[in-house]
Write a protein that binds this ligand. Structure first.
Ligand SMILES: [Zn+2]
Length: 113
């Protein structure tokens, strides 16, 4: 149930907007495919966590960020289906993640206070 603690964390971030927004009507989240966050579980957790907050009933928009890796041997980028997949160009395993590990609150929209 780590989606529940993420939901609580998001609510904490949203509360910081309380001085500028009367109500939050939409929030956008980036979820990387490597972040181990289950979108559906997070949506369910958020639905419960947002009740009674300034974002109660807000629309939750989720951007799924595909994993992108840079091969440290041949320098090409590729989109591995999982963390252990080797480079399809040269077969090397050494890589740096360029994206896909993200989990962040990208934006918040609402009614100005
Ligand atoms: Zn390579």
């Amino acid at each position: 149930m780590h989606e529940l603690s993420l939901a609580v964390e998001i609510v904490g971030l949203l509360e910081r907007h309380a001085h500028e927004l009367q109500r939050i009507t939409r929030l956008t989240l980036d979820i990387g495919t490597l972040s181990c966050v289950d979108e559906q579980a997070l949506r369910t957790a958020l639905q419960a966590a947002l009740i009674g907050t300034l974002a109660d009933g807000a629309e939750v928009v989720v951007n799924i960020i595909e994993a992108l890796a840079l091969c440290l041997d041949c320098g090409q980028t590729f989109q591995p289906p999982d963390r252990i997949e080797p480079c399809p160009h040269c077969g090397a395993f050494r890589k740096r993640w360029l994206s896909g590990e993200d989990f962040r609150l990208r934006s918040v929209e609402g009614t100005p206070a």
